[in-house]
Design a protein around this ligand. Structure first.
Ligand SMILES: [Zn+2]
Length: 205
């Protein structure tokens, strides 16, 4: 396994409070995009190491968001109980408190850092795709530097610099192989940022 690919590894201290799953209406926009991304291979599971990749979230309040559960990448469709509500994060301590039936995505701290960077961001879609990653790596696109570890205070600072004045866009995570992040004030914005580039790639090939 390539050491740049740290999917599925829970790097944070998690407190999971058992609580009812979100309602389906709360995750329907995420689910719609996730199902499409799954079909396109932007969300899924690496076949050899069986590690899931790709995670989607939406903001509920200033500090709370709903995110896909850990190790759900292999599923074409998720139910509401596969989503978990993150209610508190501490980037310095690397800790997360969540409510639901499954642990939140291992990349929840990264999502948290991005929501903190700009209050108008409502949706974050993180996908994996080698050709898309290569395209974004070749620039000129926004990026977070290879030296920055994800889900850390340094990442939150870098996200703030990148996103403080942008409510919609896409950037490449240089130190996170295949990893691309899109964000928007609506699910459509976040989804289209990825889809538009994906289509450009398809035309090129
Ligand atoms: Zn990732």
């Amino acid at each position: 396994m390539n050491n740049k690919r740290d999917e599925g590894v829970i790097k944070f201290k998690l407190t999971l409070k058992r609580a009812p799953a979100p309602e389906m209406y709360q995750v329907i926009a995420l689910e719609k995009w996730r199902a499409l991304f799954f079909k396109l291979g932007l969300v899924g599971e690496y076949p050899i190491d069986k590690i899931g990749y790709g995670n989607l979230s939406c903001r509920l309040t200033k500090k709370n968001f709903l995110i896909t559960g850990s190790q759900t990448g292999h599923l074409a469709h998720l139910h509401a109980h596969h989503y978990t509500k993150v209610i508190d994060c501490d980037l310095k301590k690397g800790s997360i408190t969540a409510e639901g039936l499954v642990p939140p995505s291992s990349e929840s701290l990264t999502h948290y850092g991005i929501y903190e960077a700009n209050p108008s961001i409502q949706y974050i879609f993180h996908v994996h795709h080698r050709p898309l990653w290569d395209m974004l790596m070749s620039g000129p696109f926004d990026y977070i530097d290879e030296s920055i570890a994800y889900g850390t205070p340094q990442m939150a600072e870098a996200a703030f610099e990148l996103l403080a004045n942008k409510s919609s866009g896409i950037f490449v995570m240089k130190g996170h192989e295949d990893g691309v992040i899109s964000y928007g004030s609506t699910a459509e914005e976040a989804g289209k940022n990825i889809l538009d580039l994906y289509r450009k790639l398809a035309i090129r090939q």
